[in-house]
Write a protein that binds this ligand. Sequence first.
Ligand SMILES: C[S@@+](CC[C@H](N)C(=O)[O-])C[C@H]1O[C@@H](n2cnc3c(N)ncnc32)[C@H](O)[C@@H]1O
Length: 164
Amino acid sequence: MEVFQFKSIGVIHTPHTEPGLTPIQPVFASHIQGTVTVDEEYSDGLLDLDKFSHIHLLYLFHEAHETKLRISPYLQDTPHGVFSTRHVCRPNKIGLSIVRLLSVEGGTLHVEDVDMLDGSPLLDIKPFIKRFDVREDVQSGWQEEVSDEVAEKRGLRGYCENHE
Ligand SMILES: C[S@@+](CC[C@H](N)C(=O)[O-])C[C@H]1O[C@@H](n2cnc3c(N)ncnc32)[C@H](O)[C@@H]1O
C-alpha cells in the first residue's frame, strides 16, 4: 500500500458544527454561506477564479473516523457499497462539493450552498466547467429509487427546522 501525504492549502468556514444537522449535499444547502480561506502561499493561484460562478471544493472529512465498505446512505435504509454512496465513512476521507462562488477578496472566497463542517481542511479548488462537468443521459443507480420528496426531507437533515 502506498502512502501519500497531502498538505491542506487552507480552511473552509461554515455555520455547520453538528454533523447530524448538516445538509448532505450543496443542493440541500441552498444559500447557506461560508468562506474559504486560502493560505497566503497559495493565494496567487486564485487569479481568474472570480470569473467562474461555481467551484469544486475538495477537502478532508476531518471529523470522520470510521471506515465501512457497506453502508446505508443518508437517503435510504438499504446498505450499498461505500463507493456507490457519498458517505463520509470512506477509506480516504475526501469530500467533494460544488458550491457557488460569490466573490474573491484576496485569499478569501465567499461561497454559498455549503455542506461541510466548519474547519474542514481544504485540499484543492477547481473551477466548475459546464463543458467538462455537465453530462446528459445520466443513470443514478439506487438514487433513482428515492423520491424527490424523501431526498429533500432526509437531505436537509432538519437544517431548516433548526435555523428558522
Ligand atoms: C454525505 S457528505 C457529502 C459531502 C460532499 N458533498 C461529498 O459528496 O463528498 C455530507 C455530510 O458529511 C458530514 N461532514 C461534512 N464535513 C465533514 C467533516 N469535515 N468531517 C466529518 N464529517 C463531515 C456532514 O454530516 C454532512 O452532512
